[in-house]
Design a protein around this ligand. Structure first.
Ligand code: SAH
Length: 355
């Protein structure tokens, strides 16, 4: 297996069968740790020991979609719904800016119409007040014109996980009114408009097979996103999938390493879901090749209501202490916070030597 990992590190890709063989070894500690060590080397060569921080603002938990895995799905009557006001979002940004954040990520459920206008106005205001910051949106599927308005207002990046590229599997995770085609179409729109675009999957989502994951790797190989988001599936007690077990941490780590070796320049977060599934999850993600973390800048009193899954790990606690804790956590493994804005910038295909 180590020779496959070396091959991936040098060539940036494997055959379908080779991806499959490698991923099948996710629970083999020696193989996974070798992949992590090569991925870590690659990330260090490209980014040094700086980890980019993105301030996450959970702007609303109102959602018209009904994804079977997600705690804020519209059918969940046990959620108290909120939407942050323009002024509340600006306050989150101000707090974040003072702490050194230079990327703000506005994430939320899917609502359209007036909400899209409100977001556009907020993006414009953030852009005006913080001209040196990147604005990332993660607000789900929109019509192309809406994405274009977000972009014109000053948003730079968009995160939209495709979740699974296998139509059957997509159909088991989502109600019939949602379509894989629609979601992929959104990704291509976002990229054409000029967003730095992120996609990704939940690892170990219900019914997911190894072949599904291989298909996702092949899709990402082809799509070449600038950002890749991966976290284990985690059950939420009020969803139809409450009884399904959480996804595998080992597979999540293995995939982080595989994607780092495929895409040395990619922005790959060590996600909150990974930090939730294991106490050292965040650190392990970084040691497997991730180079971004997304501390929470949302107001303390709304955080509990943005429960996509159970037991969500608080990342930013009270922003300032949270950041110091993060700093210590990173230092303990030889890393530090990078306060750079951290845009995607291709290094011209230069790969670290070795193998
Ligand atoms: N509504 C937006 C953004 C919010 S959801 C969107 O759909 O893109 C952000 C991500 O959280 C989703 O893409 C999904 O991959 C992840 N997520 C949702 N429910 C989850 C769960 N139960 N466990 C782990 N991740 C989950």
């Amino acid at each position: 297996m180590n020779s496959l990992i070396d091959k991936l590190s040098i060539e940036g890709r494997l055959s379908t069968q080779e991806y499959r063989s490698l991923l099948a070894c996710a629970d083999d500690d020696a193989v996974r740790e070798y992949a992590a060590s090569r991925a870590r080397e690659t990330a260090l060569a490209r980014f040094g020991n700086g980890i980019y921080i993105r301030g996450l603002i959970e702007v609303s938990n109102v959602c018209r979609n009904d994804c079977y895995y997600c705690g804020i799905r519209r059918s969940n009557r046990n959620v108290s719904r909120y939407s942050l006001s323009y002024e509340e979002i600006m306050e989150c940004c101000r707090t974040g800016y003072a702490l050194g954040f230079r990327t703000f990520v506005m994430q939320g459920g899917e609502i359209s119409g007036a909400a899209d206008e409100a977001i556009t106005d907020t993006v414009r205001a953030v852009r005006a007040e913080f001209p040196d910051c990147a604005i990332t949106l993660s607000l789900g599927e929109k019509r192309r014109e809406v994405y274009q308005r977000f972009f014109d207002a000053g948003a730079n990046r968009y995160l939209l996980r495709h979740e699974t590229v296998t139509p059957d599997h997509y159909g088991r995770l989502h109600p019939a009114e949602m379509s894989l085609e629609g979601r992929l179409h959104c990704l291509y729109d976002l990229r054409e408009i000029g967003f730095q675009t992120g996609t990704g999957i939940m690892v170990g989502s219900p019914y997911q097979t190894l072949d599904n994951i291989v298909a996702d790797v092949l899709f990402i190989e082809k799509f070449r996103p600038q950002m890749i988001g991966l976290g284990p599936y985690l059950p939420q007690h009020d969803t139809p999938f409450a009884a399904f077990p959480a996804g595998s941490m080992n597979m999540t780590l293995m995939l982080l390493s595989v994607f780092r070796l495929m895409f040395p320049d990619a922005l790959i977060p060590s996600t909150t879901a990974l930090a939730t599934i294991a106490p050292q999850g965040r650190e392990l993600g970084i040691l497997a090749g991730a180079n971004v973390v997304m501390p929470n800048l949302s107001p303390a009193d709304t955080r509990a209501h943005y429960a996509l899954y159970d037991n969500k790990r608080a990342t930013g606690t009270e922003a300032a202490e949270g950041l110091r804790a993060l700093e210590a956590q990173l230092e303990s493994i030889g890393y530090r916070i990078s306060f750079d804005r951290g845009d995607y910038s291709p290094s011209g295909g230069v790969r670290p030597a070795g193998g």
